[in-house]
Design a protein around this ligand. Structure first.
Ligand SMILES: Cc1cc2nc3c(=O)[nH]c(=O)nc-3n(C[C@H](O)[C@H](O)[C@H](O)COP(=O)(O)OP(=O)(O)OC[C@H]3O[C@@H](n4cnc5c(N)ncnc54)[C@H](O)[C@@H]3O)c2cc1C
Length: 421
């Protein structure tokens, strides 16, 4: 089959290499001059940073992708586990350093306060059964949105679950932070999503030696190895439908004929798909500032979360820092950081600012995917199938959602739906 993949971010690249290995004639159409989307590198004055992801959960998803599309990942990239996943610092001056594994987390939270270690691990383990159900019915096998699901249709939202689970506000902040960081409000996030804490504790957080952008670069190389045609600098404008089935992708420079199309962008960007997702809204990226430092960089873990308003997340790789900001940012982000006694203002040798709007313009939509708006949201996303014959959906805006592991799973689901040539 001729398959056109719209969008060359991680979702589009992962779908393209899988489908090419299954024997299809694949074309990726990407509006930017290069592929990679948020999984790319920013460079300035001799410094470099990951533009978006700096680590991933569920490394098995990346391993499976490489194995099913050619050579194993170990031949091309070094996946390394983060010993210390992140440190949280709270407004009262206390902090907790979160590592992988039950024993390490029990000890770390117990240090925060007597009995808190047990509370934390009990909370995390309460998701063990949910993880099994989600894996079987939602993440690893095509999902039937028409079938009711006790878990996915649950009424409970995460903020309620956290209130019940923890009297100590700091534990609520730790458990809620991934969703706040991705642009959601906890009262609209379904409780089952807390399963990510279980996944992180059990399987760890992993990065790629040299930066996560190398994953994007390795996939871009694999496009060539697998004979995928890559059309960059070309925006897809819509789908061409004949007799109820897709026949082409309309681009700024002409039509690309297709027997099947994978939409790996926000479907609201393609007028044919837009009506099916009109009740969704994008989750907005954070304010992002990349800084390159002269002199000695502060001794920080891979990720430091500074709770408060604004909430700041500092990610460090050597002398390169990236600061994400959420909430009340009425002053320069480095000044806000200095209030936490991390003052790098005099050391800034390079700086790149990216507002949420800059990022959405750069990548054509938000890499954070669909904003959670309560319990119906899960059914409002497309993917792996769509209501249009021959059209599939992958990427952050599709099932099962944003973040490298889930976007990788979306591509695997689409490849399984389309099947071998
Ligand atoms: C600041 C930030 C930090 C993050 N950190 C992490 C992290 O640490 N770990 C993690 O797992 N996830 C993280 N994420 C989320 C992760 O990056 C995304 O969920 C994932 O990369 C999304 O991939 P995607 O392919 O769906 O979308 P994108 O990466 O957004 O790619 C979409 C691509 O489609 C192209 N495109 C758009 N419209 C069109 C069109 N009409 N025609 C042709 N091409 C088009 C764009 O140019 C882009 O290349 C982060 C995201 C951001 C923004």
């Amino acid at each position: 089959m001729r398959v056109v993949v719209v969008g060359g971010g991680f979702g589009g690249l992962a779908a393209a290499v899988r489908l090419a290995k299954l024997g299809h004639a694949v074309t990726v159409v990407e509006r930017a001059p290069t592929v990679g989307g948020a999984l790319s590198e920013v460079t300035e004055d001799g410094f470099s940073w990951d533009a978006g992801p700096t680590y991933t959960l569920l490394p098995a998803v990346v391993r499976d992708l490489f194995r099913k599309s050619g050579r194993p990942v170990e031949r091309e990239l070094e996946l390394v586990p983060l010993d210390l996943v992140r440190e949280h610092r709270f407004e009262d001056g206390s902090s907790v350093r979160v590592a992988t594994g039950r024993a390490a987390q029990l000890a770390a939270f117990e240090e925060l306060g007597a009995g808190l270690g047990r509370r934390w691990v009990d909370y995390v383990e309460s998701y063990a059964d949910d993880w099994d159900v989600l894996r079987r019915t939602y993440l690893e096998n095509p999902w039937d949105p028409a079938a009711p699901s006790r878990l996915l249709d649950g009424r409970e939202m995460l903020h309620k679950r956290l209130k019940k689970a923890f009297k100590d506000e700091r534990l609520r902040l730790v458990a809620g932070h991934p969703f706040v960081a991705e642009g959601h409000e906890l009262r609209n996030v379904p409780a089952w999503l807390g399963v990510t804490a279980y996944v992180e504790q059990r399987f760890g957080a992993w990065t790629v030696e040299g930066g996560m952008h190398r994953l994007g670069a390795a996939l871009a190389d694999r496009l060539a190895t697998r004979g995928v045609t890559t059309v960059t600098g070309t925006e897809a404008r819509d789908l061409v439908i004949r007799e109820g089935r897709v026949t082409a992708v309309r681009t700024a420079t002409g039509d690309l004929d297709a027997d099947a199309v994978v939409c790996a962008i926000d479907p609201r960007g393609l007028p044919t798909l837009a009506p099916y997702v009109e009740r969704t809204m994008p989750a907005i990226p954070p304010v992002v500032v990349h800084v390159g430092l002269s002199g000695e960089a502060p001794d920080l873990p891979h990720e430091l979360v500074l709770h408060g308003d604004p909430m700041l997340v500092v990610r460090r790789s050597g002398d390169a820092l990236t600061v994400h900001g959420r909430g009340r940012l009425s002053e320069d982000i480095l000044r806000a950081l200095a209030r936490h006694r991390i003052d790098v203002r005099a050391q800034v040798a390079a700086r790149v600012d990216r507002s949420p709007r800059d990022q959405v313009e750069l990548w054509g939509s938000s890499p954070m995917g669909v904003r959670w708006q309560g319990r119906g949201t899960v059914r409002r996303r497309l993917g792996p199938r769509t209501p249009v014959a021959g059209v599939y959906a992958a990427g952050a805006h599709a099932t099962p959602g944003a973040g490298i592991p889930f976007v990788g799973l979306s591509a695997a689901l689409v490849a399984a739906e389309i099947g071998p040539a």
